[in-house]
Design a protein around this ligand. Structure first.
Ligand SMILES: Cc1cc2nc3c(=O)[nH]c(=O)nc-3n(C[C@H](O)[C@H](O)[C@H](O)COP(=O)(O)O)c2cc1C
Length: 550
């Protein structure tokens, strides 16, 4: 069935994208008017259209009834700033008028909220009257700095269109196979979490015999603690877009989609502006720089669903289907968007590919080791004395990252959640023994993932932290697989009861639940959440002993 929906919506394709159409119509309508017309236009059932619309948080009537949204990500929760913030906003906007959004990417400042299409954080709440009046306020800039031996992501070598044009001229004269060779030699692995070799992915897709192929840039950065993709989209957008274009050239694709979360309005503005400039300069479109190569980039704006970061759900979302995860294989490189061969890459991966083409693959592979090569962006939250986003050599000791680059902690911190909500929860002393290295983290029972760091303060109740993880999974699960859909709710219930002191946590049942989720879930959202939960039980179980029954 989903094959048919893919084909039917693919018939109209990206020019008149079904998902964007559903989103725009839904945001304008009060009671779902217009959906019947969309169904007719796309030759689909109304229930299919409704199924897609009802999947997204931002398209739900109860969400649209709110005026402002506080960030309910893990970093703002640990900082303990959000209750007061909500009270202040409710005083101004009315009781019940303040909702929540999952991680706005201001983990370095906290007190983050969304109002009227813009994000605010830190001291901004003190200017709420000006904000409500629609006045522009001066906001803090995200602090960024490269500590890398060679900078591939933060340097200024692709800051303007002249540099962009020269680089494109250079590479459109080179055979795609040579570019793949470069990437393979660099040992670049995907930065979106799974660390799959990027050159290999482009090569697989390039080898597919198909008239149509796509490049998808995954800019759905929803991991709490991560704001590195946001940094790249706002400060280095040309590096990301160059990566997409060159990937299209290498694989023989002529269309790209940048799927960007709706929670990042400034990033959307930034990449939109760049795409328009590139089109004006004819660096995007037909016969780029007088060659036979055509390439266009479309933007798809997410509507508040964390699971859309998972590549098969992301593809379903672009196609206008319910954003449910699909079984792999076939992998997107063989059967991706509209069932055509597709490369899905993370924002940082694409920017790194560009950095490699600028600076050379040898310099990249010389840093770190074969499986964890080059430089990586690492995000430090507000518990660090120097919060911000940093470019760091792979292999750098975490101790150096925490204490030299990050300046140490402002207050006592007992654990770090590294790599988003699905990443491990690492006791600080243990994290200090590791290096910035994907394999080292995995071997120690954690996950480096996207390299975001959320600090858990000494006095934070770990029962509450596990509750937060189960609640997040229950809300964000796509609902397709049984262990994920039910397991996350049952887990949340156990911790609801423990927090309200109605019942203790039945540890045997909890361990069985975690094993079932780990083994039986379709994707890593519900399948990997047992990792941080098991870490907490292992390292901080003692703190929770009064809430656990054997
Ligand atoms: C639940 C879940 C959420 C994900 N979220 C993201 C995301 O926000 N951004 C991203 O690039 N990859 C995300 N991924 C990984 C993607 O599925 C995919 O592996 C990645 O986009 C591939 O790009 P890369 O090879 O450049 O890393 C997520 C995976 C899972 C299971």
């Amino acid at each position: 069935m989903s094959k048919n929906i893919s084909k039917l919506s693919g018939r109209i394709g990206l020019k008149n994208n079904l998902f964007q159409k559903i989103s725009e119509r839904s945001l304008k309508s009060k009671n779902g008017e217009g959906m019947k017309e969309i169904a007719e236009e796309y030759n689909l059932g109304v229930s299919t259209i409704h199924g897609a619309e009802s999947f997204y948080e931002f398209l739900r009537p109860e969400h649209r009834a709110k005026k402002a949204f506080i960030c309910n990500g893990s970093a703002c929760m640990c900082a303990g700033t959000q209750e007061k913030l909500k009270d202040k906003l409710e005083t101004k906007l009315g009781k019940g008028k303040v909702g929540a959004m999952f991680c706005l990417g201001y983990c370095y400042e906290n007190r983050a909220f969304h109002y009227d299409g813009e994000n605010y954080a830190g001291e901004d709440i003190n200017k709420i009257d000006q904000i409500i009046k629609g006045e522009e306020i001066k906001q803090n800039k995200l602090f960024s700095k490269s500590f890398a031996s060679t900078s591939f992501l933060m340097d200024d070598k692709l800051d303007n269109l002249n540099q962009f044009k020269s680089l494109l001229e250079k590479y459109l004269k080179i055979d795609g196979k040579e570019i793949i060779k470069n990437l393979l030699e660099s040992n670049l692995c995907g930065r979106g979490g799974a660390a799959f070799p990027t050159g290999m992915k482009w090569d697989f897709c390039g080898q597919q015999k198909a008239k149509k192929k796509y490049v998808v840039c995954n800019a759905d950065e929803g991991d709490s603690g991560a704001f590195s993709d946001r940094y790249l989209l706002e400060d280095q957008p040309l590096k990301v877009l160059f990566g997409m274009i060159i990937c299209g050239y290498v694989i023989g694709g002529d269309e790209g989609v940048l799927y960007i979360r709706g929670e990042y309005p400034k990033s959307i503005e930034s990449v939109n502006g760049c795409i328009n400039e590139l089109k004006k300069q004819k660096l995007l479109g037909e016969n780029i720089l007088g060659t036979k190569f055509n390439f266009n980039i479309n933007i798809c704006i997410g509507q508040g669903a964390y699971i859309c970061g998972e590549e098969t759900a992301l593809i379903a979302s672009i196609e206008g289907r319910r954003a449910e995860v699909d079984v792999r294989p076939p992998f997107p490189t063989v059967e991706g968007l509209y069932k055509k061969p597709t490369v899905v890459n993370n924002v940082e991966t694409l920017a790194a590919a560009t950095g490699i083409l600028i600076n050379g693959s040898k310099k990249f592979s010389a840093i770190g080791n074969k499986k964890s090569a080059g430089t990586k962006l690492v995000c430090l939250d507000s518990f660090f004395k120097n919060p911000g986003v940093y470019e760091i050599d792979m292999g750098t000791p975490m101790k150096k990252i925490f204490h030299e680059i990050g300046g140490g902690f402002k207050e006592s911190v007992k654990a770090l959640q590294i790599g988003g909500p699905l990443g491990g929860v690492v006791p600080v002393e243990l994290a200090e023994k590791l290096n910035l290295d994907f394999q080292e983290f995995t071997k120690a029972g954690f996950m480096l993932g996207h390299g975001s760091i959320v600090s858990i303060p000494k006095d934070f109740n770990m029962v509450e932290y596990i509750h937060h993880l189960f609640e997040f999974t229950a809300e964000e699960s796509c609902g397709k697989c049984f262990p994920g859909r039910l397991g996350s709710y049952r887990g949340k219930e156990m911790f609801d009861q423990a927090l309200s002191k109605k019942n203790k946590i039945p540890i045997k049942l909890l361990n069985e639940l975690l094993t079932t989720m780990k083994k039986g879930c379709l994707c890593a959202l519900c399948g990997a959440i047992p990792v941080p939960i098991s870490n907490i039980l292992k390292y901080f179980g003692d703190e929770m002993k009064n809430d656990i029954s054997t």
